[in-house]
Design a protein around this ligand. Structure first.
Ligand code: OMP
Length: 235
C-alpha cells in the first residue's frame, strides 16, 4: 500500500550517497515520494532503492527503459521485484514494447508498480524532432505518444505540465500525468524552460509533480515541502 497520497515526487539527483541520505533524513515519507534516476541508480543500484524503502519512502524508478520488447519486459519485472511504486519506459519504444512491459507486470497483481511512459522530453524542441525525421511539433508528437500509451493500457505518461489540460480532455481523466518543470512561486527556474507553479499544475489536472532542486537545495526541505502542500490545499 502507498505510504502517502502526496502528489509530490522529489527528484533525488545527487552523485554523493551521503548528501542524498542526509537530505532524505530531513523529510518525511508522508510528504512526498522519491524519484531515483539513471545517475543514482548507476552509482548505487538496487541497494539505494532498498535503503529508501527501508526509510519508509515509495520509490519511482525513473530509468526510462527503451529496448526490444523482451528486454524491456524483463527490466520492468525486475523493477517490480524491487518493490518500486512507479516505473517508466519510453513511449517511442512502440506499442509492442509497451504491451510487453504491461504484460510483464500481470503476475505481480495488486503489488505491481504503476507503469508510465515518457512522451517527448521537456528538453526537446522542434529542431530536435526534425533531426529524428519527425515533422510534428513537440506537443503533437507528445499527444500521439500519449494516445498510443493509453491504447497499450499503461497508467499514464510523463509530459510537460503545459500539455496537462488538453491531455486530460482528449485522453481521459483517469490517465495519470506526471510532470517535471514545476517551480514554487519565487524559486529559481534553473535550466527548466516552460515552468508552472504547483498550484497551476494542480489546476491543470496534473496527478504527480516532479520537483527537484527547489526542495533538495532548500535550506529547510521539510518546510518547503509543507509550504508546497499547503499551497495545493488552497488551489
Ligand atoms: O523524466 C523526468 O523525470 C524528466 C523528464 C523531462 O522531460 N524533464 C525533466 O526535467 N525530467 C526530470 O525531472 C527532474 C526535474 O528536476 P528539477 O529541475 O531540479 O526540479 C530531473 O530529475 C529531470 O531529469
Amino acid at each position: 500500500m502507498p505510504v502517502t497520497t502526496s502528489p509530490i515526487l522529489v527528484a533525488l539527483d545527487y552523485h554523493d550517497l551521503n548528501s542524498a541520505l542526509q537530505f532524505v533524513d530531513r523529510i518525511d515519507p508522508s510528504q512526498c515520494r522519491l524519484k531515483v534516476g539513471k545517475e543514482m541508480f548507476t552509482l548505487f543500484g538496487p541497494s539505494l532503492v532498498k535503503t529508501l524503502q527501508g526509510r519508509g519512502f515509495d520509490v519511482f524508478l525513473d530509468l526510462k527503459f527503451h529496448d526490444i520488447p523482451n528486454t524491456t519486459a524483463h527490466a520492468v519485472a525486475a523493477a517490480a521485484d524491487l518493490g518500486v511504486w512507479m516505473v517508466n519506459v519510453h513511449a517511442s519504444g512502440g506499442a509492442r514494447m509497451m504491451n510487453a512491459a504491461r504484460e510483464a507486470l500481470v503476475p505481480f497483481g495488486n503489488d505491481a508498480p504503476l507503469l508510465i511512459a515518457v512522451t517527448v522530453l521537456t528538453s526537446m524542441d522542434e529542431d530536435d524532432l526534425k533531426g529524428l525525421g519527425i515533422t510534428l511539433s513537440p506537443a503533437e508528437q507528445a499527444e500521439r505518444l500519449a494516445r498510443l500509451t493509453r491504447d497499450c493500457g499503461l497508467h499514464g505518461v510523463v509530459c510537460s505540465a503545459q500539455e496537462a489540460v488538453h491531455f486530460k480532455q482528449v485522453i481521459g481523466q483517469d490517465f495519470a500525468l506526471v510532470t517535471p518543470g514545476i517551480r514554487p512561486a519565487g524559486s529559481d527556474a534553473g535550466d527548466q524552460r516552460r515552468i508552472m507553479t504547483p498550484q497551476q499544475a494542480k489546476l491543470a489536472g496534473v496527478d504527480y509533480m516532479v520537483i527537484g532542486r527547489p526542495i533538495t537545495q532548500s535550506a529547510d526541505p521539510a518546510a518547503t515541502l509543507q509550504q508546497i502542500l499547503q499551497s495545493l490545499q488552497e488551489a
